[in-house]
Design a protein around this ligand. Structure first.
Ligand SMILES: Cc1cc2nc3c(=O)[nH]c(=O)nc-3n(C[C@H](O)[C@H](O)[C@H](O)COP(=O)(O)OP(=O)(O)OC[C@H]3O[C@@H](n4cnc5c(N)ncnc54)[C@H](O)[C@@H]3O)c2cc1C
Length: 391
């Protein structure tokens, strides 16, 4: 992959955050001729939950000149997705979740490393530090970094994920609103097979249960990613410290339990917990001629992972935010407003689909998890969240 970068003065634009959105924003900026300052604390490769890549990501990666990343043997095709959702019957579900057909199951650390390498090769100027503070001065942003450095940039792209470093600061100053639809949380673990006698099925399985839903997928290295999604008040107490409780919880499922047993996987260590709710920033970008900011990836909109949209949204929004930033630096701020509108429309579409998908599950209509996400209860909760964020 070769990117022609006619570097402008470094510091024109700074990208905060070293995840997929940050790397994609850097590649897109480099293709426009910028040499973005990339403030991204380096981290050792580590397991990370979230490995399903929706097919739509292929087009965006190709447009960034990164199509070949997906040819790597690290990743496997996601050709079988089954679900027990709205019924006790197990059905093939790929059409329901992915209109474009099957995607990929990524080796997530490998993919993040590929994206990072691509951003560096494209010409991003990396700084291995976190951003501590962001202040707006006349016509530029002043950044203080965790290692004590100070930097300035005319345009900032916030790709700091759910932490939303700049996004939350703008919200605190009432320059934007950080909204939340729910408090979904994910308990997850990566399981190894007890022995290699059984060839595990390369599949993904989703199962709705009374207080949430489960997700299991075979990773390219034969481990099984196992995740349970629920609300914090509905999780068994102390789950993240208690392997017995985690095993008991998995044993209450119909299909997940069968898959674990038949393929020889056992949830022997307590799960890690991660926030997984739907949150977004309004607006996702703003600017004046020659300056401004945009949020991309989870910092702009983080979705309930049921959709497996997160990585694709990170790629799409980073590319769009980078292009809008390039225009703003040249004095045209229209694309920034168009970008903010597109993010808002994407959030609205997602919430409509999310509501419809949860309305399909009627077996647990009396349970709080489903009541919070269905019909009036869900809409009322969203309304309440929106009011709370405004007040
Ligand atoms: C449980 C779960 C399962 C998921 N499963 C899927 C899935 O199967 N498929 C899918 O497509 N998506 C999935 N997602 C969503 C997907 O992982 C995210 O949407 C995606 O990682 C967003 O990328 P990002 O670059 O915006 O954020 P992140 O990947 O979170 O990256 C943000 C980066 O910013 C850095 N950072 C934070 N604060 C600062 C600071 N102050 N200064 C500098 N850097 C900072 C962080 O260290 C991090 O490197 C899942 C999410 C969850 C929670």
């Amino acid at each position: 992959m070769t990117v022609q970068a006619t570097a402008q003065e470094p510091g024109d634009v700074a990208v905060l955050g070293g995840g997929i959105a940050g790397a994609a924003a850097c590649v897109a900026l480099a293709r426009l001729g910028h040499a973005p300052l990339w403030i991204a604390p380096a981290k050792p490769a580590a397991d990370r939950i979230g490995e399903t890549l929706a097919p739509a990501a292929r087009t965006i990666l190709a447009d960034l000149g990164l199509a070949t990343l997906l040819d790597s043997p690290h990743h496997r095709p996601a050709n079988a997705v089954y679900s027990a959702w709205g019924s006790d019957r197990l059905t093939e579900r790929s059409g329901m979740l992915h209109l474009e057909g099957p995607g990929l199951v990524l080796d997530r650390p490998a993919f993040e490393a590929q994206m990072r390498a691509a951003a560096l090769e494209a010409g991003a100027q990396p700084i291995d530090s976190a951003v501590n503070t962001v202040e707006r001065a006349a016509g530029s942003w002043a950044l203080t970094l965790a290692d004590g450095q100070r930097r300035t940039a005319r345009f900032l792209i916030d790709c700091t994920g759910r932490a939303g470093m700049l996004a939350r600061r703008l919200a605190a100053h009432r320059l934007a609103a950080h909204r939340r639809a729910d408090r979904l949380v994910c308990a997850h673990a990566f399981l190894r097979q007890r022995d290699n006698e059984v060839e595990p099925t390369p599949a993904t399985l989703i199962e709705a249960v009374a207080d949430g839903w489960w997700y299991a997928t075979l990773l390219p290295d034969r481990r099984l990613a196992l995740a349970y999604f629920s609300d914090p008040d509905l999780l068994p107490r102390g789950l993240s410290r208690d392997a017995d409780s985690w095993r008991r919880l998995a044993a209450t499922t119909l299909y997940i339990r069968q898959w674990l047993d038949s393929a020889g996987y056992s949830p022997d260590t307590p799960p890690a917990l991660a926030s997984a709710g739907t949150t977004w920033l309004e607006p996702a970008a703003e600017g004046a001629a020659g300056t401004g900011w945009a949020a991309a990836g989870d910092a702009a909109a983080a979705f309930d992972p049921l959709s497996s949209h997160g990585i694709t949204t990170a790629l799409w929004s980073a590319r769009a935010a980078a292009r809008a930033a390039g225009s703003a630096l040249r004095g045209d701020i229209e694309p920034l407003a168009a970008y903010a509108d597109a993010v808002a429309r994407g959030v609205a579409d997602f919430r409509r689909q999310h509501l419809m998908l949860h309305a399909r599950e009627t077996r647990f209509a009396d349970r709080p998890f489903w009541q919070r996400r269905n019909g009036g209860g869900y809409a009322a909760a969203q309304q309440a969240a929106s009011v709370a964020n405004h007040s």
